[in-house]
Ligand binder design. Structure first.
Ligand code: PMP
Length: 397
């Protein structure tokens, strides 16, 4: 039995029934069976969190706070850290951007997903590096020149290329210069949950729906001090410790300060369950074998070229984006879905500047006159089979 829930077989126009090949897992992942079971078991007891005195509320409050502890344990957190449940990674970075003290310099790279690009309007944006080493050197040069309080905000694994960034080394550099570092682990966490505690980051953000826990929760976790000092991200009940008759407010401390409104109990419990499952059972090896198979197959085709920022042998999670040079990418992806039962993603993947640049480079490597306007991304995770990868390659052929 598969570890994730799937729709089973679908019918193709030619009459064949095939197992749907979900190669769009990096956008949003199917639900882990362990997650669905835990959520189903909790549903009969579903009640308010932090609000009621009855047995249901007590149980739900306990489950919610246990979920927080699981996230903190997975990240290897200490007493100076906090875990805030958000909606997703985008929400987490917007919260962090509001909490950064005035005057802080934010440093990012020009290869970030929009979630870690757009919240930082005034950031120092270092050029997208061409190797992990270049990233470390560029940060070192920047921090050597820089002054004052600094936050570095980087991805742990890119959503366009799947390339893994040298976060532990970047964290070491940041800390050597007295800076803090925030890490976008949206794409790393689903493939390497067990490694999250080794990142050395001050803040980590990720999304439940990419972690096989599609119940609408995400996480911002890290050092509590800036978050404790910041105005609440959302004003409302739960975030307020006391409100006077004229609506003057004393805000709550702790995670509640940034979790106004009714908490997403099922989201938090699902996310924590997924982290536990992914920590206990590694899926990394089979995924890496499928990525190697897909890349080798793509490299053998005349009209496709993979996108990459780092050298070809750089470490990757289960993501491979490529240019198709002689077809309209959107029509091509539609045909993959309709005629072959394969789900991929097309577009610029919420990383427009980077994807446009990598498409142009891929087209140039193939000697094409013009770069396609969109890339195709195939992403691999739990539930992906050799047959799915081979079906995509056969369809491309
Ligand atoms: N960062 C990366 C690297 C991502 O891949 C994504 C999702 N595509 C995000 C951030 C944003 O995640 P969400 O849509 O869950 O907020």
């Amino acid at each position: 039995m598969s570890d994730v829930l799937s729709p089973g077989e679908i019918k193709l126009p030619d009459g064949r029934s095939v197992d749907f090949a979900n190669l769009d897992i990096a956008a949003t992942a199917p639900c882990l069976r362990s997650v669905a079971d835990v959520v189903a078991d909790l549903l009969p007891y579903y009640g308010s969190v932090h609000r009621g005195a009855g047995a249901l509320s007590q149980r739900c409050t306990r489950e919610y706070e246990l979920a927080r502890e699981t996230v903190a344990d997975t990240l290897g957190h200490g007493p100076a850290d906090t875990v805030i449940f958000t909606r997703n990674t985008t929400d987490a970075f917007n919260l962090l951007a509001r909490a950064v003290p005035p005057g802080t310099t934010v440093v990012t790279f020009g290869a970030e997903h929009h979630a870690n690009l757009l919240p930082w309007r005034d950031a120092v944006r270092l050029p997208a590096p061409r190797s992990p080493e270049e990233a470390v050197e560029a940060l070192e040069r920047q921090l050597y020149r820089g002054k004052g309080q600094t936050l570095v905000s980087v991805t742990a694994a890119g959503n366009v290329t799947g390339e893994v960034w040298p976060v532990a080394r970047l964290a070491e550099v940041a800390h050597r210069f007295g800076a803090r570092i925030a890490v976008d682990a949206a794409q790393l966490a689903p493939h390497a949950a067990a490694s999250l505690s080794g990142l050395g980051a001050d803040y980590v953000a990720f999304s439940g729906h990419k972690l096989y826990a599609p119940f609408g929760a995400g996480v911002l976790a890290g050092r509590a001090d800036w978050l404790e000092a910041a105005e609440p991200y959302l004003a409302g009940g739960g975030a307020s410790a006391h409100v006077s008759d004229d609506a003057a407010v004393r805000w709550a401390s702790g995670p509640a300060r940034h979790e106004a409104g009714t908490p997403n109990l099922l989201g938090a419990v699902a996310l924590a369950t997924a982290l536990r499952t992914l920590r206990e059972r590694s899926f990394e090896e089979p995924e890496a074998a499928l990525v190697r198979r897909l890349r080798a197959g793509l490299a053998a085709l005349a009209h496709t070229e993979e996108l990459r920022l780092f050298p070809a042998d750089a470490q990757r999670v289960g993501i491979v984006s490529f240019a198709v040079l002689d077809r309209d990418p959107a029509a091509f992806a539609d045909a993959l879905g309709r005629d072959h039962g394969i789900g991929v993603r097309t577009g610029l993947f919420c990383a427009h500047p980077l994807t446009r640049r990598l498409l142009a480079e891929a087209a140039a490597r193939k000697g094409a006159d013009r770069a396609p306007a969109q890339a195709i991304r195939a992403s691999i995770g739990i539930g992906t089979t050799v047959e799915h990868v081979d079906r995509l390659l056969a369809a491309l052929r």
